[in-house]
Design a protein around this ligand. Structure first.
Ligand SMILES: [Zn+2]
Length: 330
């Protein structure tokens, strides 16, 4: 029988970007000869990113792992990282194309979804698709979404760290994509992950959800915010709930976490026990926040809420955090 204390709810969750299948093989990152050998093997594959969007083949079977020749044909990498090894030892790299290889035809982004229309001129069989849409629409297998997320996060970091934060000189890529080095001041820079707390405050049979103005119409979700320096996860959970809703919380419990590559966050999912009831909403952060009882949340999940209110999409940890509370009665 499973020990309830160590039960791993994240294994049962179906949220996106978790469960990357590759062996990260960090022990070979400094071995340039081994990396060169793996890269030139016929079975080496490349996740290709243009601007910050993954490249997929068009058609029914949406492939996203390309041979070296495709990368070379598209002008080679601007930056590259070893994502890891497949179970048969074949290497998978992430490569970001030069921006000039990509053409932007339109930008219909609405602040929530990335709706830039990007194309690779002369490559009618390839398509750039934003990662949120890939995750929401399920056009590749869930484990593949994790690999695409890993690729996007590490390459976004390189794209934004071309200069040393210590002295301002240009930095160069090292350790096959897992470090940047400054030759001027000798500083080493490592890929960042930014922790975000995302949580439900609970009041008996009710949970607290809010909505930001940029959310799709009718959608309510868990409150969230960045962890600040010098804060524990529990303190950040209590502070964010207090700032956004005026609710004071006591005990906090961690549930699960989700990599969120927009650009490089880690969502830390928690439940918190409310000690007050009266809401005082921060209008800068939230358009609205409310207590929801179990029946109402159930109706939101089943898309039969009388006011058309909706739960967050199942790609997001917020969806599973709410469902966990709904199903498991902590
Ligand atoms: Zn420097």
């Amino acid at each position: 029988m499973e020990n309830a204390f160590f039960a791993a709810p994240e294994r049962a969750f179906g949220f996106a970007f978790a469960g990357a299948p590759l062996d990260r093989a960090s022990e070979i990152r400094e071995d340039a000869a081994a990396i060169r050998g793996l890269r030139e093997r016929g079975d080496a594959r490349f996740v290709l990113i243009g601007r910050d969007m993954p490249i997929l083949t068009r058609g029914e079977l949406r492939a996203f792992l390309f041979p070296l020749k495709t990368l070379d044909d598209l002008g080679g990498p601007k930056s590259e990282a070893l994502l890891g090894l497949q179970s048969d030892g074949a290497a998978v790299f992430a490569a970001r194309l030069h921006d000039e290889a990509i053409e932007q035809r339109a930008d219909l982004s609405d602040g929530f979804l990335d709706r830039r229309e990007l194309v690779i001129p002369g490559q009618a069989d390839l398509e750039l698709v934003d990662l949120r849409s890939i995750a929401v629409q399920g056009v590749v297998a869930p484990m593949s979404v994790a690999t695409l997320g890993q690729a996007k996060a590490i390459l976004d970091w390189h794209a934004r760290h071309g200069f040393c934060a210590n002295c301002g000189a240009p930095t160069r890529l090292a350790a096959v994509g897992w470090r940047r080095e400054c030759d001027n001041c000798k500083a080493h820079h490592f890929p960042r992950t930014d922790p975000v707390v995302i949580m439900l405050a609970l009041d008996g049979e009710r949970c607290l959800m809010g909505r930001q103005r940029r959310f799709p119409k009718g959608m309510y979700s868990a409150l969230a915010g960045f962890l600040e320096p010098g804060e524990t996860i529990e303190e950040a959970v209590r502070r964010e709930i207090r700032e956004e809703s005026g609710i004071e919380c006591g005990r906090v419990r961690y549930v699960a976490s989700q990599p969120w590559p927009f650009p490089s966050s880690l969502m830390i999912g928690c439940l918190a026990l409310a000690e007050t009831r009266d809401l005082k909403i921060d209008a800068h952060e939230l358009e609205d926040a409310r207590w929801f009882d179990r029946d109402e949340v159930g109706a939101m999940f089943e898309k039969r809420h009388p006011d058309g209110l909706a739960a967050p999409n199942r790609m997001a940890i917020a969806h599973h955090l709410v469902r966990y509370w709904l199903d498991d009665r902590p």
